[in-house]
Design a binder for this molecule. Structure first.
Ligand code: SF4
Length: 199
């Protein structure tokens, strides 16, 4: 619980950038293996798994870690929180299937500050939101192209994945309930006539 003065948390952050402030109630791990080892060796109330600045292969490993943490009897009662750099619909579905408890879209240092401040004030407000709550407002056509780097390129499935989405459109429509007002959501492109053109 956030208002528990004995709260301890475990952080799996591959990049460790920016470095976290020292805190005796936090254990840090740079790899999924070391995080899992800590998680099954001692009780933690919160386990943060960061997806910032990692490659697609490392993302799959981080997702497997989340799945294992929620399956293992020694770690499954901890609140597992995925720390994401932005909304990625497919990844959110995977996190929901893995039974990840919370998702937060801030660097891990900020998520931790929020956790500790809740602990010190006794507010008891949990950090982040369940993946299902986020998915409930995201446009079902909001897709990410398979990426080779650590940054996702988002495209519109309502335009047959041929329109790269700008940060403005993503913020204004794709990530929020307002997507129901979007022209492509209301009138998605039909299948082509074989010429490759969107009709
Ligand atoms: S542009 Fe419109 S239809 Fe396409 S993903 Fe964004 S909100 Fe959805």
């Amino acid at each position: 619980m956030p208002n528990d003065p004995h709260l301890r948390c475990l952080v799996c952050d591959r990049t460790a950038e920016p470095p976290l402030e020292p805190n005796p109630r936090r254990v840090s791990a740079a790899t999924a293996l070391s995080c899992f080892h800590h998680a099954v060796s001692a009780p933690f109330q919160w386990i943060f798994v960061s997806f910032w600045g990692i490659t697609p292969a490392e993302r799959r490993t981080a997702l497997e870690l989340c799945t294992l943490l929620k399956q293992n009897p020694h770690s499954k009662h901890a609140t597992v929180c995925a720390v994401l750099p932005g909304i990625h619909r497919e990844l959110l579905h995977c996190l929901e299937s893995a039974k990840v408890d919370r998702v937060v879209f801030r660097p891990v240092a900020e998520a931790l500050r929020e956790l500790w401040s809740g602990a010190s004030t006794g507010e008891g407000r949990p950090v982040g939101s369940p993946p299902g709550e986020i998915l409930a407002v995201v446009c079902p056509y909001f897709n990410a192209l398979p990426s080779t780097g650590s940054h996702d390129v988002h495209v519109c499935g309502g335009y047959r994945n041929r329109m790269v989405l700008t940060p403005w459109r993503i913020r204004t429509y794709c990530e929020v309930e307002n997507h129901r007002e979007c022209e492509w959501y209301r009138n998605p492109a039909k299948p082509t006539d074989g010429t490759g053109d969107v009709r």
